[in-house]
Design a protein. Structure first.
Length: 268
């Protein structure tokens, strides 16, 4: 099993799934804080579950669009951006409180405040079995500015809300896993940890302990669905940006980094 060494001061980048945060108990946060006292932490959070709790309309199938390539995305209007900010602020307060009470210097950053840049969104989406042109304020992350995180050091954590700016300067919704991948590459992190509500990547119903980037990409394109498809895309992008390995799982971060559980995705 791959357990790549890393410099003592190398940042650890951890993405917290929006559906997983409520299920993380005190011992999980204790473990993360211990890591944060040893290495700088960059955390990226999702917001899917809090957004669905905010309003019933976000639980409706019509809230999710599918483009002509089969990729899913939340239909994002300026009003949705504001709702994302509302639930992210609440979630951020909770995460920062848990980190600060464990002795970490923790702050929250909006990716759209110069940290994350996004490309142009797809304009053609399936609606009522027809491809129609829609404005959707989403975009794939294309770049992350490490200067916004220049003060990283052990004992300090930064929580990133993954909104971004597109080429026109508009604030857009972007995928949190892929944002975490861009940030991991930008800060020179050797590892990217994607904390989710499943313990492993499953192929043919069997848990996968370790898989190479090429095999993971092949499964992403022909077998993976939904959230796991996005995670595997993010993993590939992180490895392309210089990250040594990506770990997906639901365990404490130290266990995932030590490859005691979860799925490790490597370059080869």
């Amino acid at each position: 099993m791959s357990t790549a060494p890393h410099p003592k001061d190398a940042p650890a980048v951890v993405k917290l799934g929006g559906s997983a945060v409520d299920d993380l108990d005190g011992t999980w946060w204790d473990d993360l804080a211990r890591l944060g006292h040893q290495r700088p932490l960059v955390l990226v959070h999702g917001w899917s579950k809090p957004l669905k709790k905010l309003s019933a309309r976000y639980r409706e199938p019509s809230a999710i669009l599918r483009d002509r390539y089969g990729n899913q995305s939340r239909w994002t209007t300026p009003e949705v951006i504001e709702d994302i900010k509302t639930v992210s602020a609440r979630l951020g307060e909770e995460v920062l409180h848990r980190l600060r009470e464990r002795g970490l210097d923790a702050d929250r950053l909006l990716g759209s405040d110069g940290l994350l840049a996004a490309g142009r969104a797809e304009r053609w989406w399936w609606r009522d079995k027809q491809l129609v042109e829609l404005e959707n304020l989403v975009g794939p992350v294309t770049d992350a500015d490490p200067a916004q995180l220049k003060d990283l050091q052990p004992g300090r954590a930064r929580l990133v809300t993954p909104l971004a700016r597109n080429p026109e300067g508009r604030e857009v919704n972007t995928d949190a896993d892929r944002a975490a991948a861009a940030l991991a590459g930008a800060v020179g992190a050797p590892d990217l940890v994607l904390v989710t509500d499943v313990s492993h990547l499953l192929i043919d119903g069997e848990p996968v302990r370790e898989i190479g980037a090429e095999a993971a990409a092949a499964f992403r394109d022909k077998g993976a669905t939904g959230g796991m498809r996005k995670k595997l895309r993010a993993a590939g992008e992180a490895l392309e940006r210089g990250v040594d390995r990506v770990v997906i799982g639901s365990a404490p971060v130290s266990d995932l980094l030590a490859a005691r559980t979860g799925t490790v995705i490597t370059r080869t």
